[in-house]
Design a protein around this ligand. Sequence first.
Ligand SMILES: Nc1ncnc2c1ncn2[C@@H]1O[C@H](COP(=O)(O)OP(=O)(O)OP(=O)(O)O)[C@@H](O)[C@H]1O
Ligand SMILES: [Mg+2]
Length: 204
Amino acid sequence: MATDGSGPALLSLGSINVDVQFRIEHWPDAGDTVDVQRATESAHARGMSVVLDPAPPEHMEKRLYPLADILTPNALEAQRLSGRAVASAEDAGAAAAVLRERGTSAVVIKLQNGGCVVATAQGWRHFTAVPVPVVDTTDAGDGFTGALAVALLEGRRIDQAALMGTAAAAIAVGGYGAQPSYPDRSRLDGMFQLLQEANARSPG
Ligand SMILES: Nc1ncnc2c1ncn2[C@@H]1O[C@H](COP(=O)(O)OP(=O)(O)OP(=O)(O)O)[C@@H](O)[C@H]1O
Ligand SMILES: [Mg+2]
């Protein structure tokens, strides 16, 4: 992750990504009791792109929407935030539109079956997953959001970055625990390739 303040700030309302936390603690105006809300404001004020995982959704204050460039809720979080049932990709597209109206540029909703919906000013698109063995989903969502942010840092467009997140989650659900279940880069790239092929065959 970039350390000069130019890259995305990867933030979760439940916990602050360790790398970002290090930088936040060293920002002069951060103080000791910095929380994600203040980190979001601070990153936005510095012109950084902010990827915000709105979990738990109860902590997502309305004023944060315009400060976040990309929100990455799961389907249940998107449902709670938008007030709309999210049981399908179409529902997720509609819920994402509600969240975008509050000021966030893009919304990526992680679906329960492993796919995702990416919504931007251009509309929304559904990316499907491929069948994978599921052992434990702990932290798979954080793996998704982390891989998405890394892909954005690499200069990928948001739909490709979301597919990279989908790939990370698909592998993370296959192992127990959090970080031990995250893939190395070559495994991640292999799953990304698979997902690209699957979604080229059946777009949307
Ligand atoms: N059967 C599956 N195949 C592939 N991916 C799956 C499957 N089930 C869930 N996932 C993916 O795992 C991820 C779970 O993320 P979610 O945020 O819902 O989990 P969480 O319990 O909140 O964990 P975290 O603390 O990491 O956010 C999502 O990206 C979801 O699409
Ligand atoms: Mg989550």
